[in-house]
Design a protein around this ligand. Structure first.
Ligand SMILES: [Zn+2]
Ligand SMILES: [Zn+2]
Length: 339
């Protein structure tokens, strides 16, 4: 049984067209398959959102749609009359003459995260050829079939209703013109391959899977604007830390004498070196609260040190027993390796 479409979209039954549109857009953006590659749950959710939107706005009618066998893929949804319109300012390729979006997976270490220094990445993408203004032509003439509009209109029957469908002109491939002489610079492509260094701002609240969008840094569109570049972050522990949810874990090698003398020792935390007092050591992990990673709600985890006590190598059996008696039996560290 399908869920109530209003509930799916998280809106009131009296929601205005604008509110419906806004709710749909923000959800569709969140669960768009481009942003959740390989995620079946997101894909299902995305379909559900689209269906709910269609039902709520009564585009095509829910009953007709289910009798038509449901959707075979996203293509069906997007080709449906009137649907591309809502995606126009959406940023995903394929709905308008806007270029394709690109994705860049950016690994960032815990150290880099907390230093919050911008990270420079090299992005390879195509850029509109300025010589021909992206047309690919040195000389061109207007397409006769579409009279330069690049579009052909025809009627189509879908779900029992007639629709006016506009598609790209097959003769000029939607450009509206025929190239007679190719541009010397781009050899007719209309774009030039480029590598570009871009500085990505880093903030310590970044989490694995969060992303930032650089508008216009995607592929160029034939007639329209560039697509966008999605920078998708992945936080790595690096040499020092193992990541466990929002907690960070690390092995801490401590000299037995430092424990017995209750000394202060220096440790590595995400925010840099910090001293901790071994006075309260009780043969368990040392926890620095609120020194871990942030989660998606902005809450911060802990930094947990698993203490490995370095004993002098020449202890006798009795002396070792004394050590166990004073500080407790040795517990194996929890971290076998850090990633
Ligand atoms: Zn044409
Ligand atoms: Zn050119």
């Amino acid at each position: 049984m399908a869920r109530d479409p209003y509930e799916v979209l998280g809106i009131d039954r009296n929601a205005s067209d604008d509110e419906i549109k806004r709710a749909f857009k923000s959800l569709a953006k969140k669960y768009h398959p481009d942003l959740n590659p390989g995620d079946k749950t997101a894909e299902e959710k995305f379909k559900e959102i689209n269906e709910a939107y269609r039902t709520v706005t009564n585009r095509g009618g829910a009953s007709e749609q289910s009798s038509a066998g449901g959707f075979s893929g996203f293509e069906d949804i997007f080709n449906f009359g009137g649907f591309s319109e809502i995606f126009k300012d959406f940023g995903f390729g394929g709905f308008s003459s806007k270029g394709e979006d690109l994705r860049y997976d950016l690994d960032i270490s815990v150290d880099e995260l907390f230093k919050e220094l911008p990270k420079t990445i090299t992005v390879k993408h195509n850029e509109k050829c300025e010589t021909c203004k992206g047309t690919g032509a040195k000389e061109r003439r207007t397409c006769k079939k579409c009279n330069g509009s690049g579009k052909i209109r025809r009627t189509s029957r879908q779900f029992g209703s007639m629709f006016m469908v506009t598609s790209d002109c097959d003769v000029c491939k939607g450009t509206g013109y025929i190239i007679e002489k190719k541009c010397d610079v781009c050899k007719g492509d209309g774009f030039i391959y480029r590598e570009e260094n871009i500085k990505i701002p880093i903030h310590k609240t970044i989490i694995t899977g969060s992303y930032t969008i650089l508008p216009g840094f995607g592929e160029p569109g034939r007639n329209g604007n560039n697509g966008d570049l999605y920078i998708v972050f992945r936080v790595k522990g690096g040499q020092k830390f193992a990541i466990d949810g929002r907690d960070l874990k690390s092995n801490l090698h401590v000299d037995l004498r430092d424990i017995l003398d209750k000394r202060r020792i220096e440790v590595d935390t995400p925010a840099g070196k910090q001293t901790i007092l071994l006075e309260k050591y009780s043969n368990g992990p040392i926890v620095l609260e609120n020194h871990g990673l942030f989660d998606k709600n902005g809450r911060r985890g802990n930094m947990i040190f698993y203490v490995i006590i370095e004993l002098p190598g020449n202890l006798s059996h009795d002396e070792k027993a004394d050590v166990d008696r004073i500080i407790g039996k040795r517990k194996e560290p929890f971290i076998s390796s850090v990633n």
